[in-house]
Design a protein around this ligand. Structure first.
Ligand code: C2E
Ligand code: MG
Ligand code: MG
Ligand code: MG
Length: 288
């Protein structure tokens, strides 16, 4: 009796495994096809200077629009792209698209000073990231300081000397380096003195329960104080409510990003933000 039950459990288990494996193989094939068929697009979310509620920049966030018109968010395909190495061509596309977009906005006189681009470990480990970055900047004709690379703490913590020297060379080009999801990675902060970091982006998990959570409030205040002491810019991610914004302003945070101002938008809708105010508490536009 127990044996047959065990057998069935095992069969069920392998079925589930097979199903997951098959879904994954299918996703990988779909990702390859989507790259070839140009189904990826980039949306832009405003980055706001809190002092005067001005849009100073944007974060580039990739989206997959399937032939059926469904929009798939990066959380559903970036992990697989990273595991399969597809993140390299996908990342190349996002960087090139962001640089070209920046060039158009500069030509149009849109006062958006920079675009931030998420960079995965696999891209940094690819040997030619420095040359690729220079080529992308040159092809679009944008200055290096109009591009910011967002990397995570774990990438710095695990950085070998190769990755470290690449990041330093990229920074020497003038590209700014931001730490994304700050506070969720490793506890060693030694990297803050080893690497040329321009901005810390406080992870949205610390912002979500502000101002009610006293613990999150203290952590955010500590991050702000540390950034200030080190002369690094500080930004809060995931700002959705006026009360969160007020807490951040009162405690000296300088930049914000979140649904309070806008969701990530296709480029033409992002541009429209500069002519239409968000409302009474909304952002205006100006240069950095
Ligand atoms: P991230 O870099 O931390 O980007 C911020 C994420 O938070 C975005 O999700 C954004 O839409 C979302 N967000 C912004 N404001 C709010 C808010 O007020 N409330 C909440 N709940 N969420 C908010 P998205 O676009 O789904 O991207 C998820 C993650 O996927 C990104 O997190 C980033 O790590 C990764 N990703 C996105 N685009 C790229 C890319 O081109 N390359 C790589 N390597 N990773 C990317
Ligand atoms: Mg990011
Ligand atoms: Mg990120
Ligand atoms: Mg983040």
């Amino acid at each position: 009796q127990a044996k047959s039950r065990g057998g069935r459990t095992y069969a069920f288990y392998t079925d589930a495994l097979t199903r997951d494996a098959r879904a994954r193989v299918e996703l990988v094939a779909n990702l390859r096809r989507a790259l070839a068929e140009h189904e990826f697009t980039v949306h832009y979310q405003p980055i706001v200077r809190l002092e005067d509620q001005t849009i100073v920049g944007a974060e580039a966030l990739v989206r997959w629009i399937t032939p059926e018109g469904e929009m798939i968010g990066p959380d559903r395909f970036i992990p697989v792209a990273e595991e399969t190495g597809l993140i390299v061509p996908l990342g190349d596309f996002v960087l090139a698209t962001a640089c070209t977009q920046m060039a158009r906005w500069r030509t149009a006189g849109l006062p958006c000073a920079f675009v931030a681009v998420n960079i995965s470990a696999g891209q940094l480990n690819a040997t030619d990231i420095c040359a690729k970055t220079e080529a992308a900047l040159a092809a679009a004709g944008v200055p290096a300081d109009s591009i910011e690379f967002e990397i995570t703490e774990s990438m710095l913590f695990g950085a070998d000397s190769g990755a470290e020297s690449k990041l330093k060379r990229i920074a020497e080009l003038g590209v700014r380096i931001a730490i994304d999801d700050f506070g969720t990675g490793y506890s060693s902060l030694a990297y803050l003195k080893r690497f040329p970091i321009s901005r810390l982006k406080i992870d949205q998990s610390f912002v979500r329960d502000l101002p009610a959570s006293a613990v999150d409030g203290e952590l955010v205040r500590a991050m702000i104080a540390m950034a200030r002491a080190l002369d690094i810019e500080i930004l809060a991610e995931g700002v959705e409510e006026a009360a969160q914004m007020a807490f951040l302003v009162a405690n000296g945070c300088t930049f914000g990003q979140g649904y309070f101002w806008s969701r990530p938008l296709p480029p033409e809708r992002f541009e429209a933000l500069f002519s239409n105010a968000f409302g009474a508490a909304g952002a205006k536009s100006a240069s950095r």
